[in-house]
Write a protein that binds this ligand. Structure first.
Ligand code: ADP
Ligand code: ADP
Length: 224
C-alpha cells in the first residue's frame, strides 16, 4: 500500500497556511509525523483521511485520487482524531457495537466476534461491560484505538494517540502499534520525540507546514 502527496498546500480560509508544498511518499509500516503544535500535522492527517481538501497539489492512496475517489479511501480507513470524545455513559462493548453498526460491519455474530477480539487484543477484556466513564486515560485511549481498528482498515491514522498517557501506557501503546503495522500503513503524529524514536520505521519532521527532515529512523539518529 502506498500514499503519495505531490506538492500539497493547504491555506485555510482564515489565513493560516497550514501546509506549504509538501511532497511525500508513504509505504507500509509505521510512519511518524513529528513537529510542534501548529506545524500542520493534523491538517496533513485530515487530508489523507479525506476530511480536508488541499488548496493545491495532489494526493493519492493506492490508485485512488483524492478527493474524487474519497469513498474508496474511506472504506480502507481507520481514523483517530485528536479531539476524540468517547461517550461516557456507554459500556466499552456498546460503544464498539455502535461504531461497528455505523461502519456497516457484517451481521450480529461477525460484529460480536470482531468487538470481543479487538477489546481482548487491547487488554480491555475484563472491562467489556464497564462504563467508559470509569476508565483511566490510558484505557480510553486503548478503546479509541480498538474502535479505529474495527473493520480491519489497511490505513490507520492516529492523531497524537499517546497524548495523556503515562510512561507505562506509552510503552504498552507502542507494542500494540508494532503488532498492527504488518501489511498496513499506520501514520501517527506526536510532539514527543521518544514515541517516534521507538516505534516508527520512517519519519518526517514538519515545521510551519514544511518538511524539515525526512528519512529512516537509523539514518536520522546518526545525524542527531
Ligand atoms: P476552511 O477554509 O477549510 O473552510 P475555515 O477557515 O472556514 O476553514 O475554518 C473552519 C473551522 O475551523 C471554523 O469553524 C473555524 O472556526 C475553525 N478554526 C479556525 N481557526 C482554527 C484553528 N487555528 N485551529 C482549529 N480550528 C480553527
Ligand atoms: P498541528 O497538528 O501540527 O498542531 P494543525 O494542522 O492543527 O497543526 O495546524 C496548522 C496551522 O493551521 C495552525 O496555524 C493552525 O492554527 C491552523 N489551522 C488548523 N485548522 C484550521 C482551521 N480549521 N481554520 C483555520 N486555521 C486552521
Amino acid at each position: 500500500m502506498e500514499i503519495h502527496l505531490d506538492n500539497v498546500t493547504k491555506v485555510y480560509r482564515r489565513g493560516a497556511k497550514a501546509l506549504d508544498g509538501v511532497t511525500l511518499d508513504i509505504q507500509s509500516g509505521v510512519f511518524g509525523l513529528l513537529g510542534p503544535n501548529g506545524a500542520g500535522k493534523s491538517t496533513m492527517m485530515k487530508m489523507i483521511a479525506t476530511l480536508v481538501v488541499p488548496t493545491s497539489g495532489h494526493i493519492s492512496v493506492d490508485n485512488y485520487t483524492l478527493p474524487a475517489q474519497q469513498n474508496e479511501v474511506r472504506r480502507m480507513l481507520g481514523y483517530l482524531p485528536q479531539e476524540y470524545g468517547l461517550f461516557n455513559n456507554l459500556t466499552a462493548y456498546e460503544l464498539m457495537d455502535y461504531i461497528a453498526l455505523m461502519k456497516g460491519i457484517g451481521n450480529d455474530k461477525q460484529r460480536r466476534d470482531d468487538i470481543n477480539r479487538l477489546l481482548d487484543w487491547v487488554g480491555l477484556n475484563d472491562v467489556i461491560h464497564h462504563r467508559v466513564g470509569s476508565f483511566s486515560g490510558g484505557m480510553k485511549q486503548r478503546l479509541a484505538i480498538a474502535q479505529a481498528l474495527l473493520g480491519s482498515p489497511r490505513l490507520l491514522i492516529l492523531d497524537e494517540p499517546t497524548a495523556g498517557l503515562d510512561p507505562e501506557e506509552r510503552l504498552r501503546f507502542r507494542n500494540l502499534i508494532n503488532r498492527i503495522s504488518v501489511d498496513r500503513i499506520v501514520i501517527l503524529s506526536t510532539h514527543i520525540v521518544s514515541d517516534v524514536a521507538a516505534g516508527c520505521q520512517r519519519l518526517v519532521v514538519l515545521n510551519h507546514g514544511r518538511i524539515m527532515l525526512e528519512g529512516e529512523l537509523d539514518a536520522l539518529k546518526r545525524c542527531a
